[in-house]
Write a protein that binds this ligand. Structure first.
Ligand code: XUL
Ligand code: CO
Length: 451
């Protein structure tokens, strides 16, 4: 543990050049403050249900959105310009970006960060050169981590941007492309281990198909499973102790992605015997793209013991793609925190803001507002969910709904002791079931009462 104070960490992290001038440490000032550059709910050391907020929430900053995302979209040029962009030398540019990233992360007191290989240093078409570049910037990131106390929540490889992955990475019909994907995953695992990364993520944006007419789906899924197995074997061989997470998403950029949703991924992991090493990283906007609620995906993962980590963001009610907006919906996040808290928190993961400020949010402080809002909504939801769990009949009502299975014939059924004929005889002996209310509106009001 670092013994530096928050102020001191900012000083060593900021160094010679300050990128976010005029913005200092973001402090907790409580719900009554009107300071937009302060936390109203996130108070890292506050203890809730036996753990600090910091330990429950384990926030992470996503390198790609915050320090690479430049506001460009399919219709328009970049609107976000970064001070390090004009540095000519590739390593110097990457180091300056890391300086800015750690300054930002430290000013907000975010304990973790996450990156793709290509986020932290520019890649070329030469895989061997890329390996060298990643190793070089990892050395520097290690120093930044040491000086700031910020830790790596997870690393990953970008297996979707380069044109060679247009037909897939691990699921590409050309074996040479599969091997090229392995180059990147190997180097990203090396970097993750060098940086003491706690987890490693696979998100398969191109692991799917654009048309079934040219796709052998069965073979591609077998290749994906083999690739994941070999990646896990390599990770363990170099001392990686964390979890490998699969991040489900149904589509975009592919028409169909094999890691469609949590149930699909769990079935896949079970089929290919990968459950010892792999768990889930659930993203809000991916859940809604799959036609589910975020809470549905969390519950599926939690029930399977695979609630590893989350990518926090939100979609837009009026359109159907991955808008990756910062979370701000207190009802949605409260219901999520209920599930997360009931299952004891994340298994090794945390809350990564896979979210971007809007293209027209062009002031440097907009990046701060975005994260402050996201952190506050989770912190507030944590407090509300704890109150609901401790001081309401929420859990009890759900438990009571199943009381008929707690004793007598219902309990015998659960144990497997009743045949279909026994069930028939029970039904006829008991007569008609009485209607029992599901009390949905009552429960919805209960949540709002605590909010
Ligand atoms: C894309 C997405 C990725 C993963 C990491 O929708 O969520 O950024 O989180 O590759
Ligand atoms: Co994500």
């Amino acid at each position: 543990m670092s013994v530096l104070t928050h102020e001191e960490k900012i000083n060593v992290t900021v160094g010679d050049q300050e990128y976010f001038k005029g913005i200092g440490r973001i402090n907790y000032e409580g719900p009554e403050t009107d300071n937009p550059l302060a936390f109203r709910w996130y108070n890292p050391e506050k203890v809730v249900a036996g753990k600090t907020m910091k330990d429950w929430l384990r926030f992470a900053c996503a390198y790609w959105h915050s320090f690479n995302g430049n506001g460009a979209d399919p219709f328009g040029l970049p609107t976000h310009h970064f001070a390090w962009e004009d540095k000519k030398d590739v390593l110097e540019r990457a180091k300056a970006k890391a300086d800015a990233a750690f300054e930002f992360i430290t000013k907000l007191g975010i304990p973790f960060y996450c990156f793709h290989d290509v986020d932290v240093i520019d890649f070329t078409d030469d895989p061997a050169e890329n390996e060298k570049r990643l190793a070089a910037i990892a050395e520097y990131l290690k120093e930044k981590q040491k000086a700031s106390g910020v830790q790596l929540l997870w690393g990953t490889a970008n297996l979707f941007s380069h044109p060679k992955y247009m037909n897939g990475a691990a699921t590409n019909p050309d074996f040479l492309v599969v091997a090229h994907a392995a180059v990147q995953v190997k180097a990203a695992l090396d970097a993750t281990v060098a940086l003491n990364g706690q987890n490693y993520v696979f998100w398969g944006g191109r692991e799917g198909y654009m048309s079934l007419l040219n796709t052998n789906m069965k073979r591609e899924k077998e290749h994906l499973a083999m690739f994941l197995r070999k990646a896990a074997e390599y990770g363990r061989s170099i001392g990686f102790k964390g979890k490998f997470f699969i991040e489900p998403k149904p589509c975009e950029p592919s028409k169909h992605q094999y890691d469609y949703d949590c149930e699909t991924v769990i079935g896949f992991l079970r089929q290919y015997d990968l459950l010892d090493d792999f768990s889930l990283n659930i993203e809000v906007n991916h859940a809604t793209l799959a036609g589910h609620s975020f809470t549905h995906e969390l519950q599926v993962a939690a029930d399977a013991g695979l609630l590893g980590s989350i990518d926090a963001n939100r979609g837009d009610y009026q359109n159907g793609w991955d808008t990756d907006q910062f979370p701000n919906n207190i009802n949605e996040i409260t219901e999520a925190m209920l599930i997360i808290m009931e299952h004891g928190g994340f298994q090794g993961g945390g809350i990564n803001f896979d979210a971007k400020r809007r293209r027209n949010s062009t002031d440097p402080e907009d990046l701060f507002y975005a994260h402050i809002g996201g952190m506050d909504v989770f912190a507030r939801a944590l407090i509300i969910a704890d109150n609901i769990l401790q001081h309401s009949e929420y859990k009890e009502l759900r438990k009571k709904r199943y009381a008929s299975f707690d004793s007598g014939a219902g309990a015998d059924f659960e144990k497997g002791n009743l045949s279909l004929t026994d069930l028939r005889n029970y039904a006829l002996s008991m007569g008609q079931p009485k209607p029992i209310s599901g009390k949905q509106e009552y429960l919805e009001n209960l949540i709002n009462r605590f909010i």
